[in-house]
Design a protein around this ligand. Structure first.
Ligand code: ADP
Length: 163
């Protein structure tokens, strides 16, 4: 019997405002588990944004060149609707602490109830990236602190120019 293998596509959605080394680490690890991973910037998040979506996408694009099966995109509306459009059956989310867990569990269960065919895969952050968030990076950068330990080179350059 011939079985046709379906391509396993995952979406890694988020604000990525800006992308950090913690995000890239999750993406690298997810890319080993799936045939293709699309890191997708949510456009109309209710969070007040720091960088324009186009810049967030460009910074991600420059930081993922080494991951062959990863690509970047943006979307608005419901993540599961975007996933269906891209033929993806998996969502990736990163977990740093128990404080992330409660929100992530609710989100995942809400998605499960509206799109049961799409599953969420959680990856636990490496300890060295545990405390890194886009928010911390914004805060440190606003005081002129060096953030090169926390974000890819493209973001360091961007923030230097933005000063
Ligand atoms: P959102 O607004 O959707 O939470 P973020 O850009 O803050 O978007 O985060 C996107 C995803 O990446 C979330 O699942 C978040 O928990 C995860 N994440 C953020 N920072 C890290 C990190 N340092 N290590 C691992 N996962 C992270």
């Amino acid at each position: 019997m011939e079985t046709k293998k379906e391509e396993k596509i995952a979406i890694y959605p988020g604000s990525f405002d800006p992308v950090t080394k913690g995000h890239i680490d999750i993406l690298e690890r997810a890319s080993k588990m799936f045939d293709k991973v699309i890191i997708a910037v949510l456009k109309n998040s209710r969070k007040k944004s720091f960088l324009p979506v186009a810049d967030r996408v460009e910074l991600i694009d420059k930081s993922i060149k080494h991951i062959e099966n990863a690509e970047v995109d943006f979307f608005d509306g419901l993540t599961v609707e975007y996933a269906k459009k891209r033929n993806a059956k998996f969502l990736i989310r990163g977990l740093r602490a128990v404080s992330d867990f409660e929100y992530e569990m609710q989100l995942s269960q809400a998605n499960m109830s509206i799109a049961p065919e799409i599953g969420t895969v959680f990856l636990i952050t490496k300890p060295k990236y545990n405390f890194i968030s886009s928010g911390i990076v914004k805060e440190l950068a606003s005081y002129g602190e060096d953030v090169s330990k926390f974000v890819p080179d493209s973001v360091v350059e961007y923030l230097k120019k933005a000063k």
